[in-house]
Ligand binder design. Structure first.
Ligand code: BG6
Length: 481
């Protein structure tokens, strides 16, 4: 039996077998995303076979999907909905035979003509059981599999998961998803750095003072207490999304956009990272966390983390990268901020305003409707020589492209259908990140309380001193609309 995937192409009939189909991610992102791919003709011939351990049947799954679209998709016409609803199927989780029969039933209009994409939107602890079921059902051949993060919970479990996974699926069939890599603005980091001659020459330790990757969230647990209790902010966000974004920010120019070249450059960054020292980490837990349903009364899971890390190579030696993320914080933002070194001397007199608003910054906002800003000092009009912080800004929303933005999951599902691995993580990369994390995971600093709606525990200021966190922004983004 061949394990290699069939050639895929956008537009080809596709069956998405969605495990965890009644969960939070399916509701917020996957079902609305699949709907959008069908409606825009990017995946016109689609079957979605939902499966989960919750008590659902086809009718209640269709009702679940309708609610998901009502809440998370816009401008759904009745005609579009009817087409989407007709593509939905459901089978309760568990038996391989029942799963296989349900897939065949969903594909009966064109047996053998569908590309199968198994999407595992399940917690790490459930992933292997699903992989085995797929193998026993014979659904592994000629198919692809998307695995959700976190991929394992430490180095040993990630290695185990990879080796069991390889008993059933070939590496070429596996797509380890990290949706931050599918965000338009994350890809724009690559365009910005490598499609211009202007910025790359200053992209190094000589010109850059430090870098912040800051992803505070206002969101709380959103019915994901059991998942979150077993992961916490570090495994949920840092070892996954924030480190992947760090790799795009720090990597050398790849020789081409193909998966091998990009992956190799990212893995070089991961190999150069110094192990994370517990002394460089602040963990926090928001004040109402222990009272949340599904949370252990003595839980030490962190809902917040801030850390300092280093990429110890020729380009970045000595440049600190500050990362922060957490739940129930003051604002929801996803920014990368590059702080440039200040001029070595100033001819401007005291009181001119030089340096008063920190160094020059280049900032990427990773929202779907992304933005970029370059801030610098300039002269205020009028007599004398007073300086102020000015900025050049770009916002997707102000261009004619706003409607073409693909949400990250949509983009990545489409890439997986196309067999394109460029924006997916690899076993080697993931395992190295767990290796880098080992000193921290073995000796986690205590969780410190922080108030909901704040920016985290007070210790975050000591961590970054003598610098300061960019967020909250002192000046708001311009909005020309
Ligand atoms: C997910 C995490 O991967 O990313 C969530 O599990 C988090 O806890 C989410 O809220 C953030 O993603 P986005 O795209 O909304 O910034």
């Amino acid at each position: 039996m061949s394990k290699s995937p069939p050639p895929g192409s956008a537009g080809q009939p596709t069956t998405v077998v969605l495990f965890g189909a009644t969960g939070d991610l399916a509701q917020r992102k996957l079902l609305p995303g699949l709907f959008h791919l069908q409606r825009t003709g990017l995946l016109p011939d689609l079957r979605i076979l939902g499966t989960s351990l919750d008590d659902y049947d086809r009718d209640s799954f269709v009702a679940f999907a309708r609610k998901a679209l009502d809440e998370h998709a816009s401008d759904v016409t009745e005609e579009q909905w009817a087409e989407f609803a007709a593509a939905l199927f459901f089978t309760p989780g568990g038996s391989p035979e029942a799963l296989r029969a349900a897939v065949e039933e969903a594909e009966q209009v064109n047996p053998g003509g569908f590309l199968r994409l198994h999407y595992l939107s399940v917690p790490p602890s459930a992933a292997l059981a699903v992989v085995r079921t797929l193998g026993e059902a014979g659904l592994h051949t000629d198919s692809r599999i998307i695995m959700e993060k976190p991929f394992g919970t430490d180095l040993a479990s990630a290695r185990r998961l990879n080796s069991h996974l390889h008993e059933v699926f070939d590496e070429s069939q596996i797509f380890r998803i990290d949706h931050f890599l599918g965000k338009e603005q994350a890809l724009n980091i690559l365009a910005f750095r490598f499609a211009n001659g202007l910025f790359e020459p200053v992209w190094n330790r000589n010109m850059i003072d430090h870098i912040q990757i800051d992803v505070p969230e206002q969101l709380g647990l959103e019915q994901r207490a059991s998942f979150y209790e077993s992961t916490g902010a570090y495994r949920d966000m840092v070892v996954t999304h924030l480190f992947q974004i760090l790799a795009f920010t720090a990597m050398e120019a790849p020789t081409s956009l193909d998966p091998l070249s990009i992956t190799e450059e990212k893995n070089k960054v991961f190999r150069s990272m110094l192990p994370i020292s517990p002394d460089d980490v602040v963990r926090g837990q928001y004040s109402g966390y222990l009272a949340e349903e599904g949370v252990a009364p003595d839980s030490e899971t962190e809902t917040f983390i801030a850390l300092r890390c280093y990429v110890d190579n020729w380009r970045w030696a000595g440049v600190p990268f500050y990362l922060r993320t957490g739940k129930r914080l003051a604002e929801g933002q996803r920014i990368i901020s590059i702080a440039f070194k200040e001029p070595p001397q100033s001819m401007f007199p005291e009181g001119s305003g030089i340096g008063q608003h920190g160094p020059d910054h280049l900032t990427f906002d990773l929202a779907d409707q992304g933005k970029m800003s370059l801030s610098f000092y300039g002269k205020r009009p009028g007599p004398g020589f007073r300086l102020d912080k000015l900025s050049m800004q770009f916002a997707i929303a102000e261009t004619g492209w706003a409607g073409s933005v693909l949400e990250a999951y949509e983009r990545l599902i489409l890439d997986a259908v196309n067999g394109n691995h460029t924006l997916f993580t690899t076993a080697e990369g993931v395992e190295r990140l767990w290796e880098v994390s080992a000193p921290l995971l073995e000796d986690m600093p205590p969780v410190r309380p922080y108030a909901e709606g704040s920016w985290g525990p007070n210790q975050i200021h000591q961590l970054i001193a003598p610098h300061t966190w960019r967020l909250p922004f002192e000046r708001i983004w311009r909005d020309k609309r």
